[in-house]
Design a binder for this molecule. Structure first.
Ligand code: G6P
Length: 612
């Protein structure tokens, strides 16, 4: 989604801004721009399309100056075009802003500005903000005018402002969209996402909703919009910059698929203790979990891939920990008026920790007295900060838009959580416990083995890459795997329509489309419903559909029922969604590559969805 950067210091700001923007490219965007104070005024450069285009035009005609703001835009109001790209400027051109989020009352504010004679150059909601600031600045300082404008906005925003009349400072404000301050030696940065400034500084200050910031090269002042000073902690980013590079892989997605054993290892680190024969968490999380009531009801909320992890979580928490669990898409949860009380725990699963619907969902739940546990990848993100306790997945930065390692790390975190609660509730025998812990300990190695499917899956992908419709079917723990497999394919290969279903549902509709050659990916790993899945495979074969089957290693019997077979390592059923995910990710990746798709940044998609 949109990315924001800002710089004030001694360097050529445009170089810093472009470098930072290039690190935000992974979030998905459709145009880019910068505004730099060039000594005479605000110089704007914008371009629709990839950042490369903007870089080339700046290279041909450089922009000089030591303070500026930049933006990558993911269109909400108005098509992706140069005139809709940020920064947007006041009519005189002396103020420029970049904005992430959506101003919900923009139409009403625009009416008022039109009545005052303002002329709009773009179709964006952002442009009203800069005109409002300019209007108030007729009587107030820029800072006061910006503050006053913020009180008139409804919706979500992270906004950065640069003004010709205040050449030593940047202003910014946040409400509902992520924004942080980077602190360097004699320089300061704004960024919507920490990777933007990795390599430029490690010291960051995460902002809260309602924060207003004045940033100069030597100072950061944070206050409320009303002007009351507030203190925000400076934290050090401990990620390595190399984690945000491709390291010889063609795409981040491929690199991240391969990073899964390490990511899972990180999720398990310090939590799975084989010597003590236990699963443990940090003190705060343990306290949270130990205080759950016997009657505790769980609602998992999440979006996209994280929602599929939540569905896997439902199976395991119910089967092992005997807890009643509902799983909701966060965008539905927040508007359906769910029954919430103090005996309800919300588990918010999110890679970025910034997804607008998930964030709104936990805020609503907290208002009703429910507790919130987050399973989150990004430290210091909004959801991590607002939750009562957090299980960090520690999967490292995930750059590709399509989630891979964050998903398997989320499922791993859910396994840890499930097993912790299962033990606490005395619902497991000593022998079973031992074998579960052993399986969990071996999981990184098991996933390593699943990575060995790559060459076969690549060959298989070439065979199916020209097809345009796919079904994915599975049951129980691997029903979510079917949904996730289909989502991966349609995310990274926009030419293809793929749909996941519970295999038992096939005869209630989807089967009507099956005819000769229609590809159906089945997850038929070992499980109590294995034979039922085989019956579903037969039903597809009876209609001459093409069955691509993922089965457990050692199952040779199934060969006679399949057109293509992928073997994955044998595991306990509750671990199987993790190993199954690997070949399905490879399949999506190689089909997309064969179709020359932009794997890491598919059109119209964004990594972190910070608008509703
Ligand atoms: C976007 C991303 C998905 C992700 C979803 C939820 O759609 O492209 O990969 O699963 O948002 O994001 P979150 O950060 O909350 O996990």
């Amino acid at each position: 989604m949109c990315g924001i950067v800002g710089y004030v210091g001694k360097k050529q700001s445009v170089e810093v801004l472009l470098e930072a923007l290039s690190r935000l490219e992974y979030r998905g965007y459709d145009s880019a721009g910068v505004a730099v104070l060039n000594g005479k005024g605000v110089e704007i450069r914008r371009k629709a399309g990839k950042l490369q285009g903007l870089m080339e035009s700046i290279h041909k005609k450089p922009v000089n100056g030591h303070i500026g703001i930049g933006h990558t835009r993911w269109a909400t109001h108005g098509e992706p075009s140069e005139r809709n790209s940020h920064p947007h400027t006041s009519e005189s051109g002396s103020i420029a802003i970049v904005h992430n989020g959506i101003i919900e009352n923009y139409a009403e504010l625009k009416e008022k500005l039109l009545a005052k004679g303002y002329k709009f150059k773009s179709q964006t909601d952002t442009e009203i903000v800069v005109h409002l600031i300019a209007e108030h600045a007729k009587k107030l300082s820029i800072e006061e005018a910006f503050r006053k404008t913020l009180t008139q906005l409804r919706g979500s925003y992270a906004i950065c402002l640069v003004s010709k009349d205040e050449p030593d400072r940047l202003y910014a404000a946040r409400f509902g969209s992520p924004l942080l301050v980077g602190i360097g030696k004699g320089e300061g940065f704004f960024a919507s996402d920490a990777p933007a400034i990795l390599g430029l500084t490690r010291e960051v200050m995460y902002l809260n909703d309602g924060d207003f910031v004045v940033l100069t090269a030597s100072d950061v002042k944070v206050s409320t919009v009303a002007g009351k000073a507030v203190k925000r902690k400076i934290t050090s980013i401990d990620w390595d910059l190399s984690a945000a590079r491709k390291d010889g892989y063609d795409h981040y997605m491929l690199k991240e698929i391969h990073e899964q054993p390490a990511a899972i290892e990180q999720t398990l680190f310090n939590r799975l203790d084989l010597d003590k024969n236990e699963i443990t968490f940090d003190a705060k999380t343990k306290k949270f979990l130990n205080n759950l009531s016997k009657q505790e009801r769980v609602i998992i909320i999440s979006c996209g891939t994280a929602y599929h992890a939540g569905l896997v979580g439902e199976y395991m928490l119910e089967e092992y920990a005997h807890m009643p669990v509902d799983v909701d898409l966060a965008s539905e949860f927040r508007y359906r008026g769910p029954m919430l009380d103090k005996n309800t725990t919300i588990i918010a699963i999110t890679q970025s920790g910034e997804t607008a619907d998930t964030l709104a969902g936990i805020r609503m739940a907290k208002k009703h007295g429910s507790k919130v546990l987050a399973i989150c990848n990004v430290m210091g993100s909004s959801i991590a900060r607002e939750a009562d306790a957090v299980i960090y997945t520690h999967a490292g930065p995930e750059i590709a838009v399509a989630s891979t390692k964050a998903y398997t790390a989320q499922v791993t975190a859910l396994i840890l959580l499930t097993l912790y609660l299962t033990k606490q509730r005395k619902l497991v025998t000593a022998t079973k416990w031992k074998s579960l812990l052993k399986g969990l300990h071996e999981l990184p190695k098991t996933v390593e083995k699943a990575l060995a499917t790559e060459a076969d899956v690549k060959t298989l992908s070439a065979k199916y890459a020209s097809l345009r419709n796919f079904y994915y079917l599975g049951r129980r723990y691997n029903f979510p795997s079917a949904l996730e497999g289909a989502l991966k394919l349609k995310e990274v290969c926009p030419l293809i329509h793929a749909e996941g279903y519970a295999a038992g549902e096939m005869k209630h509709g989807p089967i009507s489309l099956i005819h000769m050659g229609w590809p159906v990916v089945f997850v038929a790993t070992d499980s109590p419903v294995y034979e039922k899945v085989v019956s579903n495979i037969q039903e597809v074969r009876a209609r001459r559909g093409e069955c691509i089957v993922v089965a457990s290693e050692g199952n040779e019997e199934i060969r006679k029922n399949v057109d293509s077979l992928i073997h994955v390592p044998k595991t306990e059923e509750l671990f199987s969604p993790i190993v199954v995910a690997v070949p399905l990710q490879f399949f999506a990746y190689y089909v997309a590559c064969a179709n020359q798709c932009d794997v890491d940044q598919p059109p119209n998609l964004a990594k972190s969805v910070t608008v509703e």
